[in-house]
Design a protein around this ligand. Structure first.
Ligand code: 5AD
Ligand code: SF4
Length: 378
């Protein structure tokens, strides 16, 4: 009975790989409804009816990588590249702050132009001008020293999706120069430094099977991230995966629900990709257990150039009117958008957690390496 596996996941906050695979492969609409109901209860235990908003600033679309799925890959010569200046980034923050945003997410491709010194200066400026705000970085793989410098400059959180925890699957989505081991090392190193850390994966990426998704769940059991980004794969016309089908709304929602049950206090966005494949995607994500929305604060002139996939939805909320609309939509679901940094709340009870995943990630997190969440500057 799959329901009993859902009950077990809710109670113990973990399952074996085989159990996750059975749940995912055997899911039905009824089972999904059961998962979502429990997922909503779990998120409300920690965050009540609050929905946190994050202002996304896409500050560069240059990327030295060549991920096969992404429209910003190096080999896409047709992409029109841009970089925001420090001044432009600060203007985005000022606009966002006035709209009630208290977290800014600096997201970009892996762009060596933004050397450590420049990024540290930008982070310090944001923290100085907006001391009540959290700064989240999402700029890919760097060495541990760089991550430490950004943290010392004031960065609070780091998003780095692991994309897929399965090595063979990873190798089918990326060129050989990109390694899954390196990606995982980065995540553990970020956690060690003390960041609130987000990993994540695409649902329905080419060649993905329920077994791969089960491995993603096991990897997250080991990492215990503070944030998880999950969205459907959507093809981009100028990539090798142009003709691959998109991931489905249904499976993405199911994975959101399972993730909420496994990591009940995780910060879980209802992603732009989800809103892109279905006009009701964002709301359905919230009802499946998500508690974060990340509207775009990038200047209008560059927004249509940050194209990871085709037909990217505009997230709205970049204007006072759009924020009001987002609040209305959430209110209609019984939730309320709050003006808050929206920091991670540590889980209340850590149930007994024997390590049975067999996937204990290299390198082993050191005892006592759990991040001390720094005191809020607000
Ligand atoms: N479809 C959906 N998500 C994508 N991403 C990149 N390309 C695509 C795509 N075609 C996601 C990746 C990356 C994040 C920034 O966007 O998971 O980590
Ligand atoms: Fe670059 Fe990220 Fe796109 Fe990969 S997914 S090509 S790292 S922007």
């Amino acid at each position: 009975m799959l329901r009993s596996l859902v009950d077990k996941l809710e109670k113990e906050e973990r399952l074996s790989g085989a159990e996750f695979e059975r749940l995912i492969a055997g899911r039905t609409p009824e089972l999904a409804g059961y998962v979502f109901e429990k997922a909503r209860k779990a998120r409300e235990r920690y965050y009540g009816k609050k929905v946190f908003i994050r202002g996304l600033i896409e500050f560069t679309n240059y990327c030295r990588n060549n991920c096969l799925y992404c429209g910003l890959r190096r080999d896409n010569r047709a992409a029109e590249r841009y970089r925001l200046t420090e001044q432009e980034i600060l203007e985005c923050c000022a606009e966002g702050h006035a709209l009630g945003f208290r977290t800014f997410v600096l997201q970009g491709g892996e762009d060596p132009f933004f050397a450590d010194e420049l990024l540290c200066r930008i982070i310090r400026s944001i923290k100085k001008d907006f001391p009540d705000c959290a700064v989240t970085l999402s700029l890919g793989e760097r060495d541990a020293e760089s991550y430490q410098r950004f943290f010392d400059a004031g960065a609070d959180r780091y998003l780095l999706r692991h994309e897929t925890a399965d090595e063979e699957h990873y190798a089918r989505l990326h060129p050989p120069s990109q390694s899954p081991g390196e990606r995982k090392r980065c995540l553990f190193s970020l956690k060690d430094i003390g960041y609130q850390v987000g990993c994540g994966f695409m649902v329905g990426s080419p060649y993905q099977t329920p077994k791969h998704l089960a491995r993603d769940m096991l990897f997250m059991q080991d990492l215990e991230p503070h944030m998880v980004g999950i969205g459907p794969f959507i093809p981009h016309h100028a990539t090798p995966f142009a003709r691959e089908p998109a991931g489905t709304l249904e499976l993405t929602l199911f994975m959101l629900g399972l993730t909420r049950l496994m990591l009940p206090s995780v910060l879980l966005p209802s992603t732009t990709a989800l809103a892109t494949i279905d006009p009701k995607g964002r709301e359905l994500g919230i009802l499946a257990g998500a508690n974060v929305v990340m509207p775009n604060l990038s200047p209008p002139g560059v927004r249509e150039k940050y194209l990871l996939y085709d037909n990217k939805a505009t997230t709205g909320a970049e204007s006072a009117q759009a924020v009001r609309e987002l609040k209305e939509v959430m209110k209609a679901l019984g939730y309320s958008v709050v003006v808050d940094r929206g920091d991670f709340v540590p889980p209340k009870s850590q149930p007994e957690r024997p390590n049975e995943s067999g996937l204990k990630s290299q390198p082993e997190p050191q005892p006592g390496s759990q991040p001390e969440l720094r005191p809020k500057s607000s």
